[in-house]
Design a protein around this ligand. Structure first.
Ligand code: ZN
Length: 418
């Protein structure tokens, strides 16, 4: 009996409470229902980008800024508003959600932004530099199936996002462009260590600076490069003895980053990449990929040559000639008898002549006899000028301690014993 009464009373209390709650009368303080107070942003910010084919006025118009702004700013911008690339980032600041923007920031360059401010009814522009600070980083790794894979697995002093790793692989190939054909020479178990600059902007972005020093093991060859700024002005890479890595010929006339596979021997078409069969080296690359002159020389011919399709032959010093076949097109300025310089774009990869897929057929001939360009002895490079040699040695020794931390420790241990 008493139970029944207690139950009824409880129901009445709960119903009453529910009624109070539903009506908005809550007799107890609402401790748990209040949200934490967030600081209110001083400005409203929206971001946008320039779409392909759009003008500055289109983006501004989308955000409620009239053409008066562009009139105010005419001739005062530090960039050419007609030559902006799609994807350019805009940041619009408003006083509140309802008003038109009064503060626009445009990131016009990696190390610069332009800020447009409306004061009263007039817009003014100011250019602001973006500070980047650099520091030294180091990675080392072992080639597994490709240099890219090796970079992904490489251990270093700090994490590197995939984008930077790929760039580092390209830069490494550039440093050794005269020593190593990265598309053919690298093999599993080859190793590398790289000391490079890494830069961070005040906006938190990260980018790769230059390679400062690197060790590379390619089969039995051990190669080393130190970056050094000789007083002649040309920044170059030198070996341990201070000899420039530059040579009369590039090992490959197409950039590593543009070639489809860095293990071309095993990866693509069976007739491609086989050296003996057709006295040349083939590089699988997309149609239109730029082809460079391997060395300075004179254009002996540029035209149709049977199975070679569109072909260029360049005559160099010492009885050396190079040939570039299956091209889709020649560089516009190229003409027979004209001079070309090492690294100059002379034509574009194609599949003209006897070719089943776009690729570059490259031949290196000495007195008419075909030679494997990867194996030709190109001699030693120019040395560091004598007056810079002391400075080079200091820089080399400094970089070597960072490049090979283990040997640095051994060095210190030995020094400590003396
Ligand atoms: Zn070929």
């Amino acid at each position: 009996m008493g139970r029944k009464v207690a139950f009824g009373a409880a129901v009445v209390v709960l119903l009453g409470a529910a009624t109070f709650a539903a009506l908005g009368f809550w007799p107890w303080p609402r401790l748990n229902h209040q949200r934490p107070t967030l600081p209110v942003a001083r400005v409203w910010v929206t971001n946008d980008t320039l779409h392909p084919g759009e003008s500055l006025g289109d983006v501004f118009g989308r955000h409620g800024i009239g053409t008066q702004m562009l009139a105010d700013l005419a001739g005062r911008l530090h960039f050419d508003p007609r030559r902006l690339r799609a994807g350019l980032v805009f940041r619009f600041g408003h006083r509140d959600s309802a008003s038109a923007p009064n503060d626009v920031t445009i990131r016009t360059a990696p190390d610069e932004e332009t800020r447009l401010l409306r004061s009263e009814d007039r817009w003014v522009a100011e250019r602001r530099p973006i500070r980047w600070t650099g520091h030294t980083a180091r990675v080392e790794g072992r080639v597994a199936t490709s240099l890219y894979d090796a970079m992904t697995a490489a251990a270093g002093t700090e994490p590197l996002d995939p984008d930077l790793r790929v760039r580092l692989a390209w830069d490494l190939a550039d440093v050794f462009a005269w020593e190593v054909d990265f598309t053919r020479d690298l093999q599993p178990e080859d190793r590398f260590a790289i000391v490079f600059e890494r830069e961070t902007s005040e906006r938190g972005e990260s980018r790769l600076g230059r390679i400062l020093a690197t060790d590379l093991q390619v089969g039995p060859r051990r190669l080393t490069a130190y970056r050094f700024d000789a007083s002649a002005g040309q920044v170059q890479y030198f070996d341990e003895a201070g000899q420039s890595l530059r040579r009369a010929f590039l090992r490959a006339p197409v950039e590593f980053r543009r070639v489809a596979s860095n293990f071309s021997k095993s990866r693509f078409h069976p007739i491609l990449g086989i050296w003996r069969r057709h006295e040349g080296v083939d590089y699988a690359a997309g149609s239109g990929t730029p082809v460079m002159a391997a060395g300075d020389g004179t254009v002996a011919s540029a035209g149709w040559a049977g199975g070679y399709g569109r072909m260029i032959e360049i005559r160099h010093q010492n009885g050396i000639t190079t040939r570039y076949g299956h091209l889709s097109a020649f560089a516009r300025s190229l003409r027979a008898g004209g001079r070309v310089h090492q690294g100059e774009v002379i034509g574009y990869v194609g599949s003209t002549g006897l070719a089943t897929a776009p690729h570059l057929h490259y031949e290196f001939r000495m007195n008419g006899a075909a030679r494997d360009p990867a194996k030709v002895d190109l001699g030693t490079g120019d040395p560091v000028p004598p007056k810079d040699m002391a400075a080079f040695r200091r820089e080399r020794d400094r970089l070597r301690l960072i490049l090979r931390p283990q040997s640095a420790m051994v060095g210190r241990a030995i020094a400590g014993r003396d």
